[in-house]
Design a protein around this ligand. Structure first.
Ligand SMILES: Cc1cc2nc3c(=O)[nH]c(=O)nc-3n(C[C@H](O)[C@H](O)[C@H](O)COP(=O)(O)O)c2cc1C
Ligand SMILES: C=C(O[C@@H]1CC(C(=O)O)=C[C@@H](OP(=O)(O)O)[C@H]1O)C(=O)O
Length: 387
């Protein structure tokens, strides 16, 4: 399975094409829309989220609620387009018509300057429109399809916020189903209610000061078979692919799997997970500090991935920049902006992990239709039982 996205933040729509999903997977548009709505929530988002009510339109690859095996085309429209039609049009500017909302003062922390130099653009709107995290809306829609494939195999993925700025949530042990519910009920997707309130206060303070905040999100996946991914080639290691997927999210600057960076501070006896076996569970680990991976392959224990998001780079108290045309120092352009998008980014992180896990399932149990894929998964499960 592979996918590509296209679309600008203030263009008419975002589009994704997914190829390689087996046929006969039941697809509910409502389930995709639920994911899209989850991504739009969260304390700290800007006015744009009041304009948009993201909904997916499936225009290819699904018929009467089932995938056909053909490429799936997903569309998420930008409601804001009505305000930008004359600014973002495809037609050349008419005689005497002036370029509007031109961006010539690159915003530090954005793709603006590098993109303008690399693509030889005077107006950095041609860069920022595509580098915007608006693109994550359609990636979440792709995850809506991937999630419905994983559901067929009892695989579940959830996410929550561990940190925003200086506020860290307490460790809260709970089953994944509860975690999903508790995170959803919190305005910052935090499991610890006390920390959640402090996070909201901190976001309000940053916003009132024209500043922004980042944080740490955690994604957990359960129900995975042993052996997704492979040790045999660098680009088949699934932990590496998850890391790339997380790092591909706008503003993400680091990834950890399991205890992650903490592993560098502990002796081996406090890092590695002991192997046990019993009749009911087969092979498993007595702890899960490895976060569900050894040798680039799933261990069958829950996959635990964390990502760190830097603070939003557009500041209402703008940083110093330089005008691209005059080279004069100026304050960076202020584009309407979120002050904190970590809760939304948790849903995006969950989405990209979901997509990579679905890709790995299809690779390992490849079949062009769901029925054969299920047979292949069942055969593998009974083989494992016999070991
Ligand atoms: C869900 C989400 C929302 C975002 N919202 C904004 C925003 O409103 N303003 C902004 O300047 N950056 C925002 N960003 C971050 C920028 O898109 C990102 O920092 C920028 O494209 C540069 O990419 P880089 O940080 O990965 O280098 C957001 C990121 C995510 C994941
Ligand atoms: C539109 C979304 O996020 C946007 C991501 C973004 C950026 O620079 O990344 C800038 C803002 O866009 P705008 O200037 O239109 O308000 C955010 O709202 C979204 O998440 O759907």
């Amino acid at each position: 399975m592979r996918y590509l996205t296209a679309g600008e933040s203030h263009g008419p729509q975002l589009t994704a094409i997914i190829e390689g999903v087996p046929s006969n997977v039941p697809i509910s548009v409502d389930k995709i829309n639920t994911l899209l709505q989850r991504r739009q929530k969260g304390h700290g988002r800007g006015r744009r989220m009041q304009i948009e009510t993201d909904q997916v339109r499936i225009v290819a690859g699904v018929r009467h609620g089932l995938t056909t095996g053909a490429p799936i085309c997903l569309i998420v429209e930008n409601k804001d387009w009505t305000h930008w039609e004359h600014i973002m049009g495809v037609e050349p500017l008419a005689e005497g018509q002036e370029l509007q909302r031109e961006v010539t003062k690159p915003r530090p922390g954005h793709a603006d300057l590098n993109g303008a130099l690399k693509y030889n653009q005077e107006d950095m709107r041609n860069i920022l429109e595509r580098s915007s995290a608006r693109e994550t809306a359609v990636r979440v829609a792709v995850a809506g399809v991937a999630q419905q494939l994983l559901e067929q195999f009892g695989i579940r993925v959830g996410s929550h916020v561990k940190r925003i700025g200086s506020v860290e949530a307490k460790e809260m042990e709970m089953p994944l189903a509860d975690l999903i519910e508790v995170a959803e009920a919190s305005s910052v997707r935090c499991l610890d209610p006390e920390a959640g309130q402090q996070m909201m206060d901190l976001i309000d303070k940053a916003k009132s000061e024209g500043d922004s905040l980042g944080g740490i999100v955690e994604v957990i996946a359960e129900g995975l078979p042993i052996g997704l991914g492979s040790h045999v080639q660098w680009d088949r290691k699934l932990d590496g692919r998850l890391a790339q997927a997380i790092m591909s999210i706008q503003a993400f600057k680091g990834v950890e799997i399991g205890i992650g960076f903490e592993a560098g501070a502990r002796p081996g006896s406090e890092v590695h997970d002991e192997i046990v076996w019993d009749e009911e569970g087969g092979f498993y680990r007595s702890s899960n500090r490895a976060g569900g991976f050894e040798g680039g392959m799933t261990t069958g224990m829950p996959v635990v991935v964390r990502g760190v998001m830097k603070p939003i780079p557009t500041l209402y108290k703008p940083l110093q920049s330089v005008d691209l045309a005059t080279k004069e120092p100026f304050e960076a352009t202020i584009e309407r902006s979120d002050s904190c998008a970590v809760p939304a980014a948790a849903v995006v992180a969950e989405a990209v992990v979901t997509i990579e896990l679905a890709k790995a399932m299809i690779e390992t149990f490849h079949s062009d239709n769901l029925e054969q894929m299920k047979q292949s998964v069942a055969q593998y499960a009974s083989y494992l039982e016999s070991r």
